[in-house]
Ligand binder design. Sequence first.
Ligand code: AMP
Ligand code: ZN
Length: 464
Amino acid sequence: MKFYNTLTKKVEEFIPRKEGEVIFYTCGPTVYHDQHIGNMRNYINHDVLDKTLRLLGYKVTRIMNITDVGHLTDDSDYGDDKMVKTAQKENKSVMDLATYYTERFFIDFDLVNNKVPEIVSPATSHIDTYIKMITTLIEKGYAYLAGGNVYFDTSKLTDYYQLTNHKENELLIGAREGVEKDSNKKNQADFVLWFTKSKFDKQELKWESPWGTGYPGWHIECSGICINHGGEYIDIHGGGVDNIFPHHTNEIAQSEAYVGHKWCNYWFHNEHLLDETGKMSKSKGATLTVSLLKEKGYHPLAFRYMCLNSHYRSQLVFSFTSLNSAEQAYKKLKNKISLIKNEGDLDEASFNFYIGKFINSLEDDLNVANAITVIYDLLKNDMVNGFTKLELINDFDKVLSLDLLKKAELSKNHDNIMALIKSRDKAKNNKDFELADSIRNDLLEKGILLIDTKEGTIYKEVGK
Ligand code: AMP
Ligand code: ZN
């Protein structure tokens, strides 16, 4: 298996530390708001990597955090706590806000068939770990106390910027834009490990610590949760490209200073989903979520299908036009699969050939779009019997999770609609256009739009 390692800036062969076992950590949501479809693209790509590793036979332990404290409006430790700011606006307690948005997050996570990681852990349940780590970092000389906060001293490291391609000054300008300088810092790249009330006294959740009552910085949370559950070494750490700096850069700094050796060998980063105006973000008003797509009549797995057809290292521009095309293609694919007759015995040669092609595509820097074309090739091949095809599709779907073999999923009335489509086809063949039109119009009144294509008639649920 090869994928792009941000640390070495190369597509590399993946070799886990322990043979056959993978510890895979991914940054989870900050639960002050709904996760938009851009965030969901990120989780879908992590899910595909996770499932690919499992298909290859690895025992994967996946860990994901839920950020419910300490993530400030600027990733470089400036501004207000995102959770507190929203809780005040929505007149809720921070914990109620976290519970509310965590539940909503997992509904959308499930709608696109993501597998819930083995370990999901909220940041607020690891306060003792952060305190222990920060204490050690101070003892080892990597951290200092200033103005009531504890900072990580980046000048103690020779390779602080190892994860990023950018020059130090460019990064600092990016991080500082629009915010005042923190005069407590010895070096502008230093970052906060622990805030006390002296930094931001509106914080609702605070804990006793050797440095005063306060709360952890966002970066130490991921390191702490990861080390607590994954131990001193992890194999893969994932996130979006925006996490490379400062978040993951800081995670490496503090984790390696704490454990005293290299911590994570492979860094896997996803490119963003953009809207037509640029990067999709929570601050741009109405949040486009998977649930909202569903309310608008789209099948959530059509969104997954759309994401799977673009490479994780390429930006993807979302539009309803492209979602419509993805949905049509997805429905056609499911239609074709539903026509396969379960006949014959397993044809091992064909099975091995196609599963090999599918795996080769995934092993090639997770080329899921190519892996999907293997299904189309298989469907076209009349020499392969139905049973073998269904067995293969069953295995493909362990990674793709598109419910390719689930019947009557696209609509509760799928079978009825398909029967009516057949009656309409028959009516058209008999030149009974009145009956054909009345079937089409009756369905439309029920919110089912029929679309005639070269491959036959498909339908779409509309107006919901
Ligand atoms: P947040 O809730 O802001 O901490 O973001 C959760 C995850 O979504 C992070 O790992 C981000 O890197 C990722 N992310 C944020 N915006 C996008 C986007 N437009 N497209 C893809 N991933 C994103
Ligand atoms: Zn993180």
